[in-house]
Design a protein around this ligand. Structure first.
Ligand SMILES: [Zn+2]
Ligand SMILES: [Zn+2]
Length: 278
């Protein structure tokens, strides 16, 4: 999603903008000094965010590898159908969760909200205005936040593998397959979304997965990008969006229900926001 600060330039102005010596306390604060301080602040925020993204990605993929090795070691053909059911249910849950979060951010709230609006809602609204911005994000920026989201369930699963008896692990095997599939697909949702906006240079296996509808196909996601962005919110595999198109009215019924409870109109801020940027 769109970012306010360019990561590549972070830290460059740290020394040149830092005031020093007696001038710091006696000189009047001109606009350049204020802007300099703002630059330093934004650079530090950007560096901190980049660090958080790197740590999340490294920890998350290490835990996925660790848990995957344990699942492979415990694999038993007798559980095959339960395992398949767990994996399919995990993928569908991830798709539904992506739809619910996306619908919430696109439909309700305001970009003006103090922390939530700027840090979360704004990225979704900006994506409608500049859909290809996401394709200019590198792997760490694309996946950092989602990796942070799945750290706790993945760490909990790793703890189970280290502490449970073999009999308990065998009993919980389908559940662990469900959590693993859910965690992997939530982790990769932004990457899958980015691929759905990429029209050149995609690896063949990604195009194959898109064509098989195992991950969000490009044609499919294009429907969501038609204003007013009121359908096809599921962006992991997109399979649940097929089951809940405009005609069935799943999202519009949910909007009617929310409006009757809160009195808020759906997408009222999105329309203002899109208008302001024209
Ligand atoms: Zn959207
Ligand atoms: Zn999109």
């Amino acid at each position: 999603m769109a970012k306010m600060v360019n990561d590549n330039g972070c830290g460059q102005d740290l020394q040149s903008t830092e005031p020093n010596g007696p001038a710091r306390s006696t000189a009047p604060r001109g606009p350049q000094q204020v802007l300099g301080k703002l630059d330093v602040h934004l650079s530090l925020v950007s560096t901190g965010k980049r660090c958080q993204e790197w740590i999340s990605v490294v920890l998350c993929f290490s835990l996925i590898a660790f848990n995957f090795c344990h699942l492979l070691a415990l694999f038993h053909l007798g559980h095959m159908w339960y395992i398949l059911l767990g994996i399919v249910a995990g993928i569908l849950t991830a798709d539904f969760a992506s739809g619910l979060v996306h619908w919430g951010a696109d439909t309700w709230g305001s970009v003006e909200l103090p922390i939530f609006g700027k840090a979360f809602i704004r990225a979704f609204r900006e994506h409608h205005i500049d859909p290809t911005a996401i394709t200019r994000h590198d792997f760490i920026e694309t996946n950092g936040d989602n990796c942070m989201l799945t750290l706790i369930p993945l760490a909990h699963m790793a703890f189970n593998f280290l502490t449970f008896s073999p009999a308990e692990l065998c009993h919980n095997y389908p559940w662990h397959c469900y959590v693993m599939a859910l965690a992997i697909f939530i982790t990769l949702t932004n990457q899958i979304h980015k691929w759905s906006h990429t029209y050149f240079g995609l690896p063949g296996w990604v195009v194959f997965l898109q064509n098989c509808h195992i991950i969000l196909p490009r044609k499919h996601h294009r429907i969501h990008h038609v204003s007013p962005h009121e359908t096809y919110f599921c962006i992991t595999t997109g399979q649940l969006a097929e089951l809940s198109p405009r005609e069935l009215g799943f999202w519009s019924k949910l909007e009617d229900l929310t409006q009757s409870v809160t009195g808020e109109k759906p997408r009222s801020d999105d329309l203002k926001w899109a208008h302001k940027t024209k």
